[in-house]
Design a protein. Structure first.
Length: 174
């Protein structure tokens, strides 16, 4: 509705790659961004068709985990959205980077205390952008973002996506 997807599609040329990952905001009931898991799956399939229609290469990604632990164990917070992305990838025969699983494998062993080093947790006065501090278990700090990028690169290489040979290494472990 905002025209962002159309701008991407209009700019594509044959051979481009489009990484498609949603989920964190789609699941927020009562917001303008909400879509049911079924609509989410249909939207992903439509995005794949749109990208292929331009001769470009789509790659679907599941959402990364949030930092939520109960009893010392990581808790899945995305409901059926990761499975919807997995199903859309199967249905459309496109590569899937399962960032939910990869990020969980990284975060779970770190536990609730050490994993904090990956997310945006700042004390008051530590950063001018967050004068009162912040405790955000959804968005990563630079260390966490680099770790997630490393996981994505590792997965793209494992999937033998044509673009993978051109990606620079990015260590996935903090």
């Amino acid at each position: 509705a905002e025209g962002r997807w159309k701008a991407i599609i209009d700019s594509l040329t044959s051979g481009d790659y489009v990484f498609i990952q949603f989920g964190h905001n789609d699941e927020k009931v009562g917001t303008d961004n909400y879509s049911s898991p079924e609509d989410y799956r249909r939207n992903l399939a439509q995005f794949v068709d749109d990208v292929r229609g331009k001769g470009a290469q789509p790659v679907l990604f599941t959402p990364v985990v949030r930092r939520k632990f109960e009893g010392g164990h990581l808790v899945a917070t995305h409901g059926s959205y990761p499975d919807a992305a997995r199903a859309a990838a199967r249905d459309k025969g496109v590569p899937l980077v399962d960032m939910e699983r990869a990020s969980a494998e990284l975060v779970e062993p770190l536990g609730p205390d050490s994993s904090r080093a990956l997310w945006l947790h700042l004390d008051a006065g530590a950063n001018t952008n967050y004068p009162n501090g912040v405790r955000d278990d959804t968005h990563f700090n630079p260390v966490g973002a680099r770790a997630m990028a490393g996981l994505a690169i590792d997965a793209l290489r494992s999937l033998k996506v044509g673009l993978a040979a051109r990606l620079q290494s990015c260590p996935a472990r903090p």
